[in-house]
Design a protein around this ligand. Sequence first.
Ligand code: 6PG
Length: 243
Amino acid sequence: MWVDSAADLICQSVAERISKSGVCTLALAGGKTPQALYKRLSQPPYLQAICWPATHIFLGDERCVPFEHEESNFGMANRHLISQVPIPPQNCHPIPIYAGPSAQIALQYEEEMKRHFQHLPAQSESLTKDAKGHFFPVFDLIILGMGKDGHTASLFPGDPALKEKMRWAAFVQKSPRPPRLPRATLTLPVLNRARLVIFFASESEKKDIIRKVLDETERLTSVFPAALVRPAGKLIWMILKEG
Ligand code: 6PG
């Protein structure tokens, strides 16, 4: 089953990072596809293999609803993983949806990320600067999904949030895809500075868009946000063949 090889990959990446810098900072995807993986990571052998006290969990994006709401990404991640493993509560960094729904959510999430990344040991090289002197966080691992329209996190085709060049998080007034809720999302500059990005997409559901997004000839000018994710580190696509 794909979840075991995916869980192996994540477990290995987290362990490598912790052995190098003593801490691993990852961002989880929302949606349905990663749920089985989160459940698997909460079970042996991964439950014991991952050093949860040295692991920090952020979200790649969120729907602006209370965590108890069925559409909450943090709620989902908490149900399947976070509440099932010995991770200290202070290592969990949900998107502060209670600050909005407004751009305040994105600003407060950026502050939360700054509080974390600015206090990581220097050797973890967790902050990087662009040519204009803007600082950006370096996530060790970002897990992403993709919609049939080529969106990823809550970066939708043609949305102004996709053009963000400076902020670490952005607010999306209303998602054009279900659930049609206000969203908050990591921005492209942050996704593209990660050490490792892993996309999970089901082949049966998303065959066409996967082909378009992975088409090298038009990737740089693509309208599909998922195609614009080209991290400084490694990029892995796990195309899931069900059954
Ligand atoms: C969200 C997600 C989103 C998701 C894709 C794929 O909050 O909706 O973060 O980017 O990854 O929509 O969703 P599925 O895995 O449910 O197909």
